[in-house]
Structures are given as structure tokens and as C-alpha cells.
Design a protein around this ligand. Structure first.
Ligand code: SF4
Length: 285
């Protein structure tokens, strides 16, 4: 804990305004509540991304609430128990996730939902969002992450949906959320697949806002630090020749390189829309 506190102080001295506890799974770290408390005492905003499993224990949710954390993103992949448990490879995780969300809302008073987009849940993504909204109307923000082709996904490529197959459900989901004034972000989806909700692209927002930020990576007990600007962050992303004629090319990151390596870039198509409209929506939201 001494080392963690020292690190938190150093982040503060570097100009950080908050600390994101993510993973792996941050709740597996026993010292998490104390680390969060320390962030709060140092005036840094603590945030956390969790699978919600440990928060299903009421006593733990109370401890985390008392630590002072207010910004929590919880993962839920599907309203279908069998899909959730297949994706998490943990029997019983569906009920625990729901209980964890419930406890978080009850004791922390706030929760956002993270959904990884895979071929197992994409066909009912909009229904999953509707299920969450009806069950937990207090939830006002969603984050969708297009599955990264890393780790086990590289050996199970069937789990990675093609963009063309995801397009309709992405649109239905965005339409539902907008209709209910629920904010959301989508990561690793190029703008040609986000027609009508381009301002919700995480990458585009970072490019448009071009806010430099510090990124700390814990590698083999060593902290590596990098200063990243929005536009630099995506220099490895892939584009197709067709992107040269696309009006949105300056504000679109393109395809995640790992996706492009496996699936190619043939799914991309140019968009002839004025980027200024999207930029002004980003600045006003
Ligand atoms: S065609 Fe290329 S630049 Fe245009 S929206 Fe698609 S990925 Fe982005």
C-alpha cells in the first residue's frame, strides 16, 4: 500500500486529475478501498471499471461506497444468462452481475454499463440495452467496446463480429438510447458504421478534442509513462484507399489494426457528410 500511495502522489504531481482503477479486475486487489480513500484525500477523482461480481456482496458494496468512489463502470454483456455466462466463462456470473449492479446503485448511487460487442451478443444488443434500462432506469450512460482481437479472441475468431453484421444492431441501440436521452460512447467502430451518432465515437471525440493525457502502464511491476495526444493515439489504426475520398477522414480513426489484420478493410465505405456538424456536436456535449 505504501508503494501504491507513493504512486498516487506521483500521478498527482504529474498533473493527473483522477485515477482509473481497471484491470484485470480491480476488486481482486484487497487494498482497493484504501487506495480509493487515499485518492479522495489527495483530491483526485477515483474511477473504476469492474465485472461487478464482488459488488454482488452487499458488505463489499458498502465498503466501496464508504471509500468515496462515485464513478463506476460495470460490465454486462447480455440480458441472456447463457450468453453472459458463456462470454465470462463463469457459471452463476449473470445473477451476480445483476446483484452487483443493484448494490452499486443502492450504495454508491451511480453506475455506468460497459458492454463488449461480440458475435455472441450483437444480434440482441438493443434488447440488452432495453432490458438494462427497464430494470435500472437510474443508469444514464453506456460504453460499447468492439471486441479487441487479443488474447483468447485471437484463437476464437468466431467471437469477433463483422462490422457489416453489427451495423443494424448498432443503429437500433443508438436510436433507443438517444430516444431516452441516455448518453453513450462506442469504441473501435469506424464512423462509416456510426451514421447519425458519430459524435458518440470515443476515438473521434479524442481526435476532435485533442486533449493530451498521460497514460501509465504497469508492466512487470514497472510503471511506463507516455504522453499521448488524441491524434497520435490512433497512428497505428488502419484505413483503406477509399478513406482518402471520405469527408470524415480527418476526424475518423479508422479501423483498429488488429481487426484490420484479420478482417481486412473492405467493409469501409466513404461518407459524404460535413464533419463540422459532428465537431460542433462534440464540442456542445
Ligand atoms: S471510410 Fe475510412 S475515413 Fe471514412 S468513415 Fe470509414 S473508416 Fe472512417
Amino acid at each position: 500500500m505504501k508503494e501504491v500511495k507513493k504512486q498516487i502522489r506521483e500521478f498527482k504531481e504529474e498533473g493527473a486529475s483522477g485515477i482509473l482503477f481497471t484491470g484485470g479486475e480491480p476488486t481482486l486487489y484487497e487494498g482497493l478501498p484504501e487506495a480509493i480513500e487515499y485518492c479522495v484525500s489527495e483530491g483526485l477523482e477515483p474511477r473504476m471499471i469492474s465485472n461487478a461480481q464482488k459488488l454482488s456482496v452487499e458488505a463489499y458494496a458498502k465498503i466501496l461506497a464508504a471509500s468515496g468512489i462515485t464513478n463506476v463502470n460495470l460490465s454486462l454483456y447480455s440480458y441472456k444468462k447463457e450468453v453472459q455466462e458463456r462470454l465470462t466463462r463463469t457459471p452463476g456470473s449473470f445473477e451476480k452481475s445483476l446483484k452487483g449492479i443493484e448494490n452499486t446503485l443502492k450504495y454508491l448511487g451511480h453506475a455506468n454499463i460497459n458492454i463488449a460487442i461480440t458475435s455472441l451478443n450483437i444480434d440482441h444488443l438493443s434488447d440488452t440495452v432495453k432490458f438494462i434500462h427497464h430494470k435500472y432506469p437510474q443508469i444514464h450512460h453506456f460504453v460499447f467496446n468492439y471486441l479487441l482481437i487479443v488474447g483468447t479472441a485471437t484463437k476464437n475468431l468466431f467471437v469477433v463480429p463483422k462490422l457489416v453484421d453489427a451495423e443494424l444492431e448498432l443503429k437500433k441501440t443508438a436510436h433507443f438510447l438517444k430516444k431516452h436521452n441516455i448518453t453513450f460512447r462506442m469504441e473501435r467502430v469506424p464512423l462509416c458504421y456510426m451514421g447519425g451518432f458519430e459524435e458518440c465515437s470515443t476515438e473521434t471525440r479524442q481526435i476532435v478534442k485533442d486533449q493530451p493525457y498521460l497514460l501509465y502502464l504497469l508492466r512487470k511491476k514497472r510503471i511506463e509513462k507516455a504522453k499521448v495526444r488524441g491524434e497520435d493515439k490512433f497512428h497505428e489504426y488502419s484505413k483503406a484507399d477509399i478513406c482518402k475520398s471520405c469527408f470524415l477522414t480527418t476526424i475518423c480513426a479508422g479501423l483498429d489494426p488488429r481487426y484490420a489484420r484479420v478482417m481486412g478493410t473492405k467493409e469501409l465505405y466513404p461518407v459524404f457528410k460535413n464533419p463540422k456538424t459532428i465537431i460542433s456536436k462534440i464540442h456542445s456535449s
